[in-house]
Design a protein around this ligand. Structure first.
Ligand code: TIU
Length: 228
């Protein structure tokens, strides 16, 4: 394996001199803890906790090597003006966006449930981006933030695999980014949807991008960007 490659599916992912950004999608209490938006939609949120140590390992590596990290949160303004009625009214949720729940108003910026979980809390200086949609490019400055830093390669972690992670990866792919989804750093309420997403992203020669294990990602980043 070349020094600047990650062993990946469907084939090796090439790194460049400009390190890939780690995009950590929506690791917020609303999706991961009982009583938030995820459970109000009828989901068992407990399986999502199991990726936290893996994401923490990646985050620790990124911090140690001073590589770029971007945290996202699905969040609406308190007046809900950036939340279309279609999103509020969709489905039959016990708690709708903007309603008061056990962790404050659901999916509203600044509420306790909207915060990123303590274990993965952004450090001062790290970019924490709020997004009103499922994709992190829609109605956010993400593309310009990345362009300003010359970043062309993105590694993805977070939840949920088939909703916000996949949507963001597809948005990024269409904008010309080389995208890789870290297999054991993403999770879904539906194991079969996670599996299907990994397959559909990497099918057809990597139609949306690559996937790799955190072990291979960490090993390659250490080798490419760590101290010699
Ligand atoms: N419901 C679900 O699976 N996901 C979301 O609503 N948002 C994210 O994936 N972050």
């Amino acid at each position: 394996m070349n020094k600047k490659m990650i062993e990946a599916h469907p084939y090796a992912y090439s790194l460049t001199d400009t390190p890939p950004a780690l995009i950590i999608i929506d690791m917020q209490r609303d999706f991961i803890e009982p009583g938030g938006f995820g459970s109000s939609l009828g989901n068992d949120v407990r399986p999502l906790m199991k990726i936290v140590p893996t994401i923490k390992r990646l985050l620790d590596l990124y911090r140690r090597l001073h590589l770029p990290v971007i945290h996202t949160r699905e969040a609406h303004s308190p007046d809900l003006l950036n939340c279309p009625p279609s999103k509020i009214n969709r489905g039959n949720a016990m708690l709708r966006i903007g309603d008061a729940g056990p962790m404050g108003r659901v999916l509203v910026d600044g509420e306790p449930g909207n915060a990123i979980i303590d274990a993965l809390k952004p450090l001062p200086g790290e970019i924490e981006l709020t997004k009103p949609g499922k994709g992190a490019f829609y109605a956010t400055p993400l593309h310009s933030l990345l362009q300003a830093r010359g970043i062309t390669h993105l590694l993805f972690a977070g939840v949920t695999t088939e909703v916000c992670v996949q949507t963001t990866m597809r948005e990024a792919n269409d904008r010309g980014y080389e995208c890789l989804l870290i297999e054991d750093a993403t999770e879904s309420y539906f194991p079969e949807f996670k599996r299907a997403t990994l397959e559909m992203i990497t099918a057809q020669g990597g139609i949306v991008g690559w996937s790799a294990s955190s072990m291979h990602v960490i090993k390659s980043l250490e080798s490419a960007y760590g101290n010699p």
